[in-house]
Design a binder for this molecule. Structure first.
Ligand SMILES: [Zn+2]
Length: 296
């Protein structure tokens, strides 16, 4: 007799069956845009072989929400923690001549690179891509395939991108293909194996967002980077939100775990007052993001 709910094979290594970690919340936002009805959150699954965690089943058809005319105002405020870390690595590569920022949005990262570096971007939002071209002088295309076929990059950067694709392994392969010999690929994303996340499963803040669909870890990298013919140079963890108020954040997180219904009411109030989704607490508590360096 077949299992009542057959779980799928791992989208990255094909291992079967997946392990179910629990139900994800239904959320009426996608990439910050409000939806008419909540998206079914589905379940958080994990692959015992390569350690990928992913959202299943995937509700598709919302990807076009990434391409919209609204672009956040160009601020050039302080760089985000991940942008600063990646910036420092790129600047230290004195021999690099060009950089590709995959998912460059409005070019805030590219614009701050030294003038000696040629800038390239991939950005699905046409409005953001236009802004990146204007402000950073970058050659920006909607897809990687649209960049000149013979172009290879000394540095490829993918910040906060890999959690948005159904197969991180497939994206890793595409990015490595465009890396020049001796080039460096830098990835930042949430750490799927973070200890607090493992403890609370689908209640972790990072998998609340429906546009976050796949989560890698150090173990995932140790499996898939060598399999792609590349070398895993370095894996570090960092805190995405390095802001004051740690005690208050921990208290807010514990309250959310103990009284989820109370936090849900707070989200509804916040939505009514601001039109925005508050998300769930947990961000900024610990070093829950990965900074990865891969060489070809
Ligand atoms: Zn797997």
């Amino acid at each position: 007799m077949p299992a009542p709910t057959a779980l799928p094979a791992c989208p990255d290594c094909g291992h079967t069956p997946a392990t179910a970690l629990g139900a994800l919340p239904d959320v009426a936002f996608f990439a910050g845009r409000r939806l008419v009805a909540p998206l079914p959150g589905g379940r958080l699954l994990r692959c015992a072989a390569c350690d990928l965690r992913w959202r299943w089943p995937l509700v598709t058809g919302f990807e076009q929400l990434y391409d919209n005319s609204a672009v956040d105002a160009w601020t050039m405020g302080p760089m985000r923690q991940d942008q600063q870390l990646v910036h420092d690595i790129v600047v230290s590569r004195g021999q690099a001549r060009n950089v590709l920022d995959f998912g460059c949005y409005s070019g805030e990262f590219l614009a701050r690179l030294p003038a000696r570096l040629q800038r390239y971007g991939v950005e699905v939002s046409a409005a953001a891509a236009a802004l990146a071209h204007e402000r950073a002088g970058a050659t920006v295309k909607a897809t990687l395939a649209q960049q000149a076929a013979d172009l290879r990059f000394d540095v490829v950067v993918a910040m906060d991108v890999i959690e948005h694709v159904p197969s991180p392994r497939a994206l890793l392969g595409e990015l490595l293909e465009r890396l020049a010999p001796g080039g460096l690929l830098i990835i930042t994303t949430g750490d799927g194996a973070n200890a607090l996340w493992r403890m609370v499963g689908p209640r972790w803040w990072y998998c609340y967002f429906p546009e976050h669909i796949a989560f890698i870890s150090r173990r995932w990298l140790e499996v898939h980077v060598p399999a792609a013919g590349a070398k895993l140079l370095d894996v570090q963890t960092f805190n995405y939100l390095q802001q004051p108020g740690a005690a208050k954040r921990w208290w807010g997180w514990l309250k959310y775990l103990v009284r989820p219904a109370h936090q849900a009411r707070k989200r509804v109030r916040h939505l009514q007052e601001t039109g925005r989704d508050l998300g769930v607490p947990g961000g900024g508590l610990v070093r829950d993001h990965l900074l990865v360096q891969v060489a070809r």
